[in-house]
Design a protein around this ligand. Sequence first.
Ligand SMILES: *Cc1c(COP(=O)(O)O)cnc(C)c1O
Length: 469
Amino acid sequence: MSSAPKLSPGVQKYVDAAKKILAQRDSALARMKAMKFDTLAVHGLYTVEEALERNQGAVIEPLYLSSSQAYADADELEAALAYLVPTWCYTRIANPTTYYLEWVLALLEGYRAGCDTSCLVTASGMSAIAAAVDPFLVDQKAGGPERKNFVSCIQVYGGTYQHFAVRKKKERGIDVRWVQHPYDIEDWKTKIDEDTRFLFMEMPSNPQQSFADVKALADLAHSWEVPLIVDATCATPALMRPIAHGADIVVHSLTKSITSGGLAIGGALISRKPITTKVVNDNPLFKESFAEYVKFLPYRDNGPAASPFNAMIALNDLRTLRSKMDLVSANCQKVAEHLQKNPKVYQVDYLGLPSFHLHGVAKKYMKLVDSDDGEGGEVNRYGHLMSFRVDGPPENARKVFDNFKMIYRATDLGRIKSVATIPAISTHQQQGEEARRLADVPPQLIRLCVGAEHPDDVIADLDQALRSL
Ligand SMILES: *Cc1c(COP(=O)(O)O)cnc(C)c1O
């Protein structure tokens, strides 16, 4: 950040003292970057020195619920508010517990990506999406609204659909161009022009499991000098890291698989350093470290701060992310294969099924990080979200749904417990029949997110529910 003019001479003492902390942080970062995914998930940047020197030796990152930070004197206050020393000031702006989580996510999403990353944690996945897209939609010249558009796959989370279709298009008049076949790069090409500000892709999408060739999409975006933003909530960095394939920004709903224990909501925005954009901004961080830019400016002014308590829950939950995603993905694969054999089910959509039309492209990208397939590659894992369509009228799907005994009926996913919903009457209710048809979300479709129970028990529950027909 640029420094405020004419700082008091006493400020320098604090700036010098901060150099030691910053040097420690840099060496911790260099050390951690050589480590494996699981190690990063367990430790992040919270080191032994951080514990002993600043946190009374706490082995686990402490929960800082305090709304604000106190300073020793006017000089330290001045240094802090000029962002000349590491500081957190006030929990709407930053917080130590949230900061530890931000570093874990930056490291995991940037794992072996060949570039640096930065991360901002927000109150929810939706606020992360809003924080990621808004800075690209500002008018670039004085004198009235400009032509601008963005291009997004139509198979997005229901909340994202509302945000784009209502908050952006209807209320602000921004041209949202929907891509119906995101796996077809030609479909994107026909929608982009010189007024396009960014491309948005959700993959795998919730609930349709839409998928695209992320590298080809990033190349296309960059050929227009615009960023590719990917919502990778359903994959988590354990199964896919879009930045490693060229994406500029990744957003997550931390509420889902990353916090599979289901006790907190949260969101995250992770950006590569630097991003590609032709939007002009007088702050160099905008391009160099987009997540930090958002954190220091719009996020501070808009206020979608995460609760430190929620950050703590997410941090603690994601330490075992890799092994959890391995387990629940394997369970989901088993359940999907089983449902495929049931005559009352006319379609099963799961990226892990060779019969699924996007299996080929997903196979290229969905791999369990740091796993070994015995041939020098990584094992394919496709996550725990699937859907199946029940034969007959919509009432049949409702009947099966109502007969689940162990599987929860909830508009939820990413849980350690198996959860199911009917998207047409829940997550995708608001968008109307026509948009549901375009997005391929018929009322016969039951979305199932398979948890960490023994898969035989999940299968037994599904079987008995399907027998009710
Ligand atoms: C749930 C979800 C969101 C929204 O996240 P919240 O934490 O509920 O705000 C965004 N994208 C995807 C893919 C989701 O599943």
